[in-house]
Design a binder for this molecule. Structure first.
Ligand code: FBP
Length: 273
């Protein structure tokens, strides 16, 4: 069966908008605007994202009508931040249900290094088998975490996790960036034909975020799966335009920074005082 990656990947690159933080981190990440999933789906649609990542419950209640133009990625597991020891994240949605909801891809977090990693390996492998029967791609959030993981951003730890994702059958790996371009290139290399998408992380100053995105794309990563750095930003559309040009049109970082400033000026003038 051929895996159809064409919905979430354009010319080998992808920009996804992640919105599963309500489950992973809780309402501390949200405010009056961002607690409304419509706000995020509007950004995904107008910002021409290659996909929006949500849990099934959000998809069921908000992904309909015109949002169907944004490819849907359903996250099939998740855990709250109340649970911090020996991390495990269990499946809460089937591949069948994700497909009924309109998913073009499914996602699953694996905590490599957790005492429970074997359980997640089994669940993940079953998901890969089922999703690939339907021809839809699987994104593995490869997050090393557990008693033996002293530093989850260590190059060897990241590279090992990337390799695990490839070996277990992931089509895409969502990974954290370690601000070490040479080291990260090795992790991308170890991911082989599994395409690496980098998580955005906690909100940072926009120029720093765009510079990081530019650096990431030079490591051979296929794209970014960003959340808070876009939808917590007060100019989400401007940052989206700049990052999209960086990723999909190979815009230089200097031009992307200038573009951001110009767009931010326009976006500010549209906002009611
Ligand atoms: P951000 O870009 O907002 O960091 O989102 C990326 C992400 O992978 C989310 O999909 C997920 O909710 C979150 O990070 C989990 O991060 P952590 O387990 O480190 O809290």
């Amino acid at each position: 069966m051929k895996i159809n990656t064409s919905k979430i990947l354009k010319n080998g690159r992808s920009l996804l908008l992640a919105y599963d933080q309500g489950l992973e981190h809780g309402p501390k990440d949200l405010n009056l605007l961002t607690s409304d999933p419509k706000y995020i789906f509007d950004i995904a649609l107008e910002g021409m994202y290659n996909g929006v990542i949500v849990q099934a419950g959000i998809a069921e209640k908000y992904y309909h009508g015109y949002y169907k133009d944004v490819p849907l990625v359903i996250k099939l597991n998740g855990k709250t931040s109340f649970m911090d020891v020996a991390p495990i994240s269990r499946q809460n949605c089937s591949v069948d249900r994700a497909i009924k909801l309109g998913a073009s891809a499914v996602g699953y977090t694996i905590y490599t290094g957790s005492p429970h990693e074997a359980e997640m390996f089994v669940e993940f492998s079953n998901i890969v088998e089922k999703a690939h029967d339907y021809g839809i791609p699987v994104i593995a959030w490869m997050y090393p975490r557990g008693p033996k993981i002293a530093n989850d951003l260590d190059t060897d730890v990241l590279a090992y996790s990337a390799r695990v994702g490839l070996e277990l059958g992931a089509d895409f790996l969502k990974m954290k960036y370690n601000n070490n371009p040479e080291g990260f290139k090795w992790a991308v290399r170890c991911a082989g034909r599994a395409k690496v998408l980098v998580a955005g992380g906690a909100e940072m100053e926009e120029h720093a975020f765009l510079r990081m995105a530019d650096e990431i794309m030079k490591t051979g990563a296929a794209g970014i799966a960003v959340g808070r750095n876009v939808w917590q930003h007060d100019k989400p559309y401007s940052i989206t335009t700049a990052i999209r040009k960086l990723i999909h049109e190979g815009m230089s970082i200097d031009d992307a920074l200038k573009l951001y400033e110009a767009e931010a000026h326009k976006e500010a003038s549209k906002k009611p005082n």
